[in-house]
Design a protein around this ligand. Structure first.
Ligand code: COA
Length: 258
C-alpha cells in the first residue's frame, strides 16, 4: 500500500506531501497519526530547518477530514476527534521552525484548517479555500472558526463558515489568506526560495518571531510582554553577538543556532 505521507529532506527543508490523491488527500485517522509522528521528527531533528506541507496530485491540497469516518462516531468520539485535530494543528502553529503550506488545489474543511495552522500559505491559481462543514450539518472542528477569523476578519470568516462557499486563489490573496499565487510547478520553488532566506537567519530569533506572533492570539499571554522576553532571550545568544559583529565588520553573519 502507498504511504499516506511522502517526505523528503533537501537543504534543510523537509517536504511533507499528503498522499491520498484518489480521495483528494482527505485527512483520515492514519494521515493524522502520521502527521503527528512527523511533528515529532520536525521538533527533534536538527537537520530539519524548515518545512513545506503540500498535497499529492493536481487537484487537491486536502479536501477536508475524511467524511467516510464520520458515520460511526458518537458525540464523545466527535469531541475527541476535534480535540486531537486541534492539538495536532497547535503543534504545527507552535513549531519553532517555519512551516509553509503550498496549496495546490482544494483546501477545504480540515484542509483549509491545516493550511491556516501553517505559518503562511502560497497557492497555485487553481486553489480553492472554504469551510463547507455546514453542508454536512456540522462546523469546523480543527480550529477553523478561530484561525479564519484571525486571518481574514470576522465578517469575511463568518460569511464563509455559515455559507459553506468556496473562494478562489485571487480572493484568498485579496483577503490575506495566502501570501503569493504562483504556477503549480513553481509552488515548491517559491516556498524554497523564501525558506532559504529565513534559514540564513539566526534560528533562535526565527523561533521567537513565531512565539511572539502566536502570542497575539493567545488569551493566556501578554504579547508585548512576550516580545520583551523574546527580545531579551535573543540578546543572550551567540548569534546576536555574531550578527551585530558581522554588520560592523561589513560581512555576512554565520549563525550557528546558539
Ligand atoms: N472525505 C472523504 N472522501 C473525500 C473527501 C472527504 N473530505 N473529499 C473528496 N473525497 C473523495 C470522494 O468521495 C471521491 O472518492 P470516490 O472516487 O471513491 O467516490 C474522491 O475523493 C474524488 O472526489 P469527487 O467528489 O469525486 O471530486 P469532485 O472533483 O467531483 O469534487 C470536491 C471535489 C472537493 C468539491 C468534493 O469532493 C467535496 O465536496 N468534498 C468534500 C469537501 C468537504 O465537505 N470537506 C469538509 C469535510 S468536514
Amino acid at each position: 500500500m502507498n504511504p499516506v505521507l511522502l517526505t523528503n529532506l533537501s537543504d534543510g527543508i523537509y517536504t511533507i506531501t499528503i498522499n491520498r490523491p484518489d480521495k483528494l488527500n482527505a485527512l483520515n485517522q492514519e494521515v493524522l497519526r502520521s502527521l503527528n509522528q512527523e511533528l515529532d521528527t520536525i521538533y527533534a531533528d536538527n537537520n530539519i530547518k524548515s518545512v513545506i506541507i503540500t498535497g499529492s496530485g493536481p487537484k487537491a491540497f486536502v479536501a477536508g477530514a475524511d467524511i467516510s469516518e464520520f458515520n460511526q462516531m458518537d458525540e464523545t468520539q466527535s469531541r475527541q476527534m476535534a480535540k486531537a485535530g486541534q492539538d495536532l494543528f497547535f503543534r504545527i502553529e507552535r513549531s519553532p521552525k517555519p512551516i509553509v503550506a503550498c496549496v495546490n488545489g482544494f483546501a477545504l474543511g480540515g484542509g483549509c484548517e491545516l493550511a491556516m495552522s501553517c505559518h503562511f500559505r502560497i497557492a497555485s491559481p487553481n486553489a480553492q479555500f472554504g469551510q463547507p462543514e455546514v453542508n454536512l450539518g456540522i462546523i469546523p472542528g480543527y480550529g477553523g472558526t478561530q484561525r479564519l477569523v484571525q486571518l481574514i476578519g470576522k465578517g469575511r470568516a463568518l460569511e464563509l463558515i455559515m455559507s459553506g462557499n468556496l473562494i478562489d486563489a485571487n480572493t484568498a490573496l485579496q483577503y490575506g489568506l495566502v501570501n503569493h499565487i504562483v504556477a503549480p510547478e513553481e509552488l515548491i520553488n517559491k516556498a524554497t526560495t523564501i525558506l532559504k532566506t529565513i534559514q540564513a537567519k539566526a534560528p533562535i530569533a526565527i523561533a521567537h518571531c513565531i512565539i511572539c506572533a502566536n502570542a497575539v492570539f493567545d488569551e493566556t499571554q501578554h504579547g508585548y510582554e512576550q516580545e520583551v522576553n523574546s527580545f531579551g532571550a535573543c540578546f543572550n545568544t551567540s548569534d546576536r553577538v555574531e550578527g551585530t559583529q558581522a554588520f560592523l565588520e561589513k560581512r555576512k553573519p554565520i549563525f550557528t543556532g546558539k
